[in-house]
Design a protein around this ligand. Structure first.
Ligand SMILES: [Zn+2]
Length: 712
């Protein structure tokens, strides 16, 4: 539930096979615009981040689209009868210039979205959507794909090739390749309008996260805040030109710690309201009307394509297959989670009463009293852990884990350009053979124009259609940069997120496939969080904690007694975490099952939560007007359930290590690499899972992991 995986912009827009990277280039257009040029330099070429200028994006995108259209025309009009090579492989190797530009364009969009960039984005989003439709609606091209799909020769292809053919065929059909010309026209109009609305939605949220903040002016207003939060708030005040004050930004990484520690209930309420109302404040950045329009257009599009609802369309090729299956899982977990929340609230209320606080627990009290209960019940203070969680030491920790599980070695490199001075790069090699595996970019700190949260991105995917192409992946986060020379200390939650994102990176780095469309993290949405959530489990292994959870002043490892306390609190507050997430996932799914009726997002959200019996002490992790997963692209729409779905696999899969020799069991790790981390989308995920585990996943492990009662 912590992140998005960002794929290149073309992938975000429509079907998943249009973007790919190849070495097949010989274009005249590359001469003038550096963003179009073939990537030069070491490691099979590296992204030219040092040559990016915002005004270059538009002409580069235009030239790259024109070039790919010409390539598509050549494939579609090939006089030779269609076969795997001249149609499917040809598509796989087309569009390389657009993919290179899209990578750079996407990095700017997520990490450096300046006002001039945002203007380009508003103009180009609908045009990129139209471009994508031009390909999937190309009649002659689809006829060739269909011919390959239906050809008896298909049986002579490898399983990976057959899956690729299936993927192209179904993706084209799902994108409307079979519709009448009028329906195609309408579909393309819808996609272009949606692309514009998604852009506006994201820019509105970013604007409210940037423009709104709370200025604290006195010691009284800082009451309860530990030094690390005060330092971060002082640094934020500098950046907001509010010298001599402390600023709480309107982002999760600022708000959550403030809600956890501030003794000032009035300020907690103020901060909470500011955060949960992003995109819901009326005025020019209000997202409600945009949501209504998006939902109606999605419903209309689903109907056009022959599906009852947007949710049915989205889930067809997922692991869950139908919204009903996804709902079934969510509902099975919902009730025990809500029951746990009532217990958690009762504990908090009792503590507040005992303190004589004379309050009733409200949403802005939850994190604050949760911390107090943690201390009272388990004698565990989160601030006791933090001095042991140094960002850079934990980075060494994730490298070490990758070495143990996958035999990877990480070496810092300085000879590659980066988009911002804060970004660092490592080369990944095999420990034994020294073979180059890929590059890992790390962009850890918050800055203006960077979207909030944490995510992984692939700048180039592994493939071997045109020789051995290695991958380039990145991890991105929003840690608050410390004072120069001082280590950045992070919370246990943030450390978990680091392991999570690194899990996505390892999914990309382990990829060992032939075709770029099937590479790395290009798997169904409800499967993609499985490798990343699995990696989270290695943070709490004694091996990692003893070596890498070192006190920033003494260098001493975290004491065993503290580790034991952390272990005892493993299921603490799981009611809150599950309900906060699951309420958002349920609202997402219900919004997209509602069909084409006109929806007022505020009313729908309120009524749905009331029907669900949402505890009033908790708010959705992402309220509808700020739900970027769902409304800034099609990405996780009707797909926020994916984190829970994947977590069923995660909990069950970790059991394989527990039943073996533990988290560092090499045999199990090798099975994991072979069947899960290296295969991308070359085989059906359910089959891949069975090959790893020897059976289908069971939900019991998830319930146990979260400390919920199971029925059986
Ligand atoms: Zn993730």
């Amino acid at each position: 539930m912590r992140d998005l995986i960002l794929r290149s912009i073309v992938l975000l827009i429509a079907v998943t096979m249009l973007a790919n990277i190849t070495t097949n280039t010989s274009h005249a257009v590359t001469d003038d615009n550096p963003l179009l040029a073939k990537w030069e330099g070491p490691y099979g070429g590296i992204p030219p981040f040092d040559r990016v200028q915002v005004p270059l994006f538009k002409p580069a995108l235009e030239a790259a689209m024109a070039e790919q259209l010409a390539e598509i025309q050549r494939i579609a009009n090939d006089p030779e009868p269609p076969d795997f090579k001249n149609t499917i492989v040809a598509l796989e190797t087309s569009g390389s210039a657009l993919d290179r530009v899209s990578t750079l364009y996407g990095v700017w969009g997520s990490t450096m979205a300046t006002p001039d960039y945002q203007a380009v984005q508003r103009e180009m989003a609908p045009r990129l959507a139209a471009f994508s439709d031009q390909i999937t609606q190309n009649e002659a091209l689809f006829k060739r794909i269909e011919a390959v799909y239906n050809s008896p020769a298909k049986r002579g292809l490898t399983p990976e090739q057959q899956r690729l053919v299936w993927l192209y065929y179904t993706n084209f059909v799902r994108a409307g390749a079979r519709l009448s010309p009028e329906a195609k026209k309408r579909l393309s109009e819808i996609n272009q309008t949606l692309a514009g609305l998604y852009t506006k939605f994201g820019q509105n949220v970013l604007a409210e996260e940037t423009d709104q903040f709370i200025v604290l002016k006195s010691e009284e207003e800082l009451a309860g805040l530990p030094q690390s939060i005060r330092d971060a708030a002082a640094a934020a005040a500098e950046s907001k030109k509010q010298p001599g004050t402390w600023v709480i930004m309107n982002t999760r990484s600022s708000i959550d710690p403030f809600l956890t520690y501030s003794d000032r209930r009035d300020l907690r309420e103020k901060a909470w309201r500011m955060f949960v109302n992003r995109g819901d404040n009326g005025g020019e950045h209000d997202n409600n009307a945009i949501i209504t329009e998006i939902l109606q257009l999605r419903a209309e599009r689903a109907k056009l394509l022959g599906y009852p609802t947007h949710a049915h369309w989205r889930l067809e090729n997922s692991m869950a297959k139908t919204p009903e299956k996804a709902m079934e899982l969510m509902e099975a977990v919902w009730k025990p989670a809500v029951a746990r929340v009532h217990e958690e609230v009762a504990d908090m209320q009792a503590l507040a009463d005992k303190e004589g606080a004379k309050i009733k627990i409200e949403p802005w009290d939850y994190r604050y009293y949760m911390e107090k209960v943690r201390k009272a019940k388990y004698d565990l203070d989160q601030n006791e852990i933090k001095p042991y969680l140094q960002l850079e030491k934990l980075r060494e920790g994730i490298f070490w884990v990758a070495g143990e599980l996958f035999n990877f070695n990480f070496t810092p490199v300085t000879n590659v350009p980066v988009a911002h001075p804060d970004i660092r790069v490592w080369e990944v090699t095999d420990k034994t053979t020294k073979k180059h595996i890929g590059l890992w970019y790390f962009d850890p700190y918050a800055r203006a124009g960077k979207r909030s949260g944490a995510w992984m991105n692939a700048y180039r995917t592994q493939e071997r259609v045109n020789g051995e192409i290695t991958t380039i992946v990145s991890n991105n986060a929003n840690f608050v940069k410390g004072k120069p020379g001082e280590p950045v200390l992070i919370s246990w939650d943030d450390a978990t997120t680091m392991f999570h994102e690194f899990g996505h990176a390892l999914h990309g780095l382990n990829s060992n496939v032939t075709y770029p469309s099937l590479s790395g993290t290009s798997v169904p949405r409800d499967y993609v969080e499985f490798p990343s959530q699995l990696l989270e489990h290695w943070l709490s292994t004694p091996e990692v904690l003893q070596r890498f959870a070192l006190h920033y002043q003494t260098g001493k490892p975290i004491p065993q007694e503290l580790v034991d306390k952390i272990k005892r609190t493993a299921t603490f507050n799981q009611g809150f975490a599950t309900v906060e997430y699951l309420s958002a996932a349920l609202v997402d799914m219900k919004l997209h099952l509602a069909g084409d009726k006109k929806i007022d997002p505020d009313v729908f959200e309120r009524e749905t939560l009331a029907q669900l019996g949402m505890p009033k002490e908790i708010v959705m992790r992402h309220r509808t007007p700020q739900f970027l997963h769902v409304f800034s692209s099609d990405g996780y729409s009707a797909g926020y359930y994916s984190y829970l779905w994947s977590d069923v696999l995660t909990a069950d899969a970790f059991g394989a290590f527990v039943e073996g020799k533990g988290p560092y069991d090499r045999t199990v790790a090798e099975r994991l690499r072979k069947n899960i981390f290296s295969v991308g989308n070359t085989i059906d995920p359910a089959e891949a899972y069975r090959a790893f585990r020897g059976r289908d996943p069971k939900v019991d492990a998830l319930m146990k992991k979260r400390g919920f009662a199971t029925k059986s």
